[in-house]
Design a protein around this ligand. Structure first.
Ligand SMILES: C[C@H](CCC(=O)NCCS(=O)(=O)O)[C@H]1CC[C@H]2[C@@H]3[C@H](O)C[C@@H]4C[C@H](O)CC[C@]4(C)[C@H]3C[C@H](O)[C@]12C
Length: 324
C-alpha cells in the first residue's frame, strides 16, 4: 500500500510512502530537458521540462514512481489492483502507456489545468515496458500549487476526480474514498462535548479523535492521513515544513511484520519522499535511515541529455553524542 500527499506552508510539498515487500532498486533520478523519452505510440519527447523523482532506470529509461518537474507539477503512481484497466490502441486518442504517463504529463504540462486538457484525449495503452516488466496496476495523483486531481483508468474509461484533500492511497476508487470521509466528519482535535445530559469524565486527552481508523487498509490510511494533514499545524521554515511532511506520512507508515502479502512476506515503508516543488529539492528517508537526504534538481545541468541517478542511502550510523 502507499500514500501520497500534497502539502503547503510557505512553499508547496509533494511526496509519498512507498509500501511494498521488496524493492525494484529505485534511485532518485534527474532527467534533464534534452533527454529523449522514447514513446511507444506517439512521437518521442525530445525537448521538455526537467524532472526529479524516484525511478527504476531500466534500459536507459527512467520508470518513475513519483516525480516533480521544474515548474512544480508533481505526479505519483500508486497501486490500484482489480480496478485499473488499460486499453488496446485507440484510434484518434493520445495513446500513452502506463510507464510513459508520468514522463509525458510532467514533460509537457506546467499546471494541473494543462494536465486536465491533455487528459481529455489520453487513453492509457496496455503495452508493457518489457516481457520481464509487466504493467503496474496504478492510479495517479497530479498536483500543483493550487490543486490536486486523481486519474483512474478503469474498464469504462478514464476518470479524473478533483481531490480537494490532496491525499490518495489505494483501493477502492477515489469517489468511494471521498464518500467514506463523511463517516468521520465529526472527529476533532478538540475534546468532545458531552451531549448525554449526565455528568461524564473525559479521562484522556485526544478523545475528539476517537474512532479514527488506525489499521493499514487503504481506506483507513486515507481517512487517517486526511485527518492528520488537515489538522496539522506547521511553521513556515523549510526545516519545520519538511519535518512536518514526514510526520504526516509517518501517521500511515507501515512497520515490518504488520501487513502480510503472502506467507512470510510483509509490506513495509521502503521509502518516504517529500519534494519542495518550488525549490526542486527531493528529500527522502528509508526504512532503516530516518536521516533526511535531499537532492536538488537545480544542482544539475538541466539542458543536458543524460540521466543522473542517486542510489538510496538505506543505512547510516547513529549520531552518538559524547560527554567530551
Ligand atoms: C507497487 C508500487 C506501489 C506501491 C503500492 O501502492 N503498494 C500497495 C500494494 S496494494 O495496493 O496493497 O496491493 C508501484 C508504484 C510505482 C510502480 C513502479 C513504476 O510504475 C515503474 C515500473 C513500471 C513497470 O511497468 C513495472 C515496474 C515498475 C518499477 C513499477 C513497480 C510497482 O508497480 C511500483 C513500484
Amino acid at each position: 500500500m502507499c500514500t501520497v500527499i500534497s502539502f503547503a506552508t510557505k512553499d508547496h510539498y509533494f511526496g509519498r510512502n512507498l509500501d511494498l515487500d521488496f524493492s525494484y532498486n529505485e534511485s532518485v533520478t534527474v532527467t534533464p530537458r534534452n533527454f529523449v523519452f522514447p514513446m511507444r505510440a506517439r512521437e518521442d519527447l525530445t525537448t521538455h521540462y526537467a524532472l526529479i523523482g524516484m525511478a527504476t532506470v531500466l534500459g536507459g529509461f527512467p520508470l518513475y514512481y513519483d516525480a516533480t518537474n521544474e515548474k512544480g507539477l508533481s505526479m505519483a503512481g500508486l497501486n490500484f489492483p482489480g480496478n485499473c484497466h488499460f486499453f488496446d490502441l485507440q484510434e484518434g486518442k493520445d495513446n500513452v502507456t502506463s510507464f510513459e504517463f508520468i514522463p509525458y504529463i510532467l514533460s509537457t504540462c506546467e499546471t494541473v489545468a494543462q494536465a486536465r486538457e491533455k487528459l481529455e484525449n489520453i487513453s492509457i495503452y496496455n503495452e508493457p515496458f518489457s516481457k520481464e516488466m509487466p504493467n503496474a496496476t496504478l492510479h495517479w495523483m497530479i498536483s500543483d500549487k493550487n490543486e490536486s486531481i486523481v486519474v483512474e483508468s478503469m474498464k469504462d474509461g478514464l476518470h479524473v476526480y478533483d481531490n480537494p484533500v490532496g491525499v490518495m492511497t489505494n483501493n477502492p476508487p477515489f469517489n468511494y474514498m471521498m464518500f467514506a470521509l463523511n463517516d468521520y466528519a465529526s472527529l476533532s482535535p478538540k475534546q468532545p462535548e458531552n451531549t448525554f445530559g449526565t455528568p461524564l469524565e473525559l479521562y484522556s486527552r485526544g478523545m475528539g479523535g476517537l474512532g479514527l481508523p488506525g489499521d493499514l487498509s487503504s481506506k483507513s490510511r486515507f481517512i487517517k492521513c486526511v485527518y492528520t494533514k488537515l489538522n496539522s499545524l506547521c511553521g513556515d521554515s523549510e526545516n519545520e515544513s519538511v519535518n512536518q511532511f514526514f510526520k504526516i506520512l509517518g501517521s500511515v507508515e507501515q512497520q515490518k511484520g504488520l501487513c502480510e502479502v503472502k506467507p512470510g512476506a510483509y509490506e513495509y515503508t521502503i521509502y518516504s519522499s517529500c519534494c519542495n516543488v518550488e525549490k526542486g529539492i527531493y528529500y527522502y528517508t528509508t526504512y532503516n535511515n530516518s536521516r533526511i537526504h535531499g537532492i536538488d534538481l537545480h544542482d544539475h545541468d538541466l539542458d543536458g541529455k543524460e540521466l543522473t541517478s542517486y542510489p538510496l542511502v538505506t543505512e547510516e550510523p547513529f549520531a552518538i553524542d559524547s560527554r567530551k
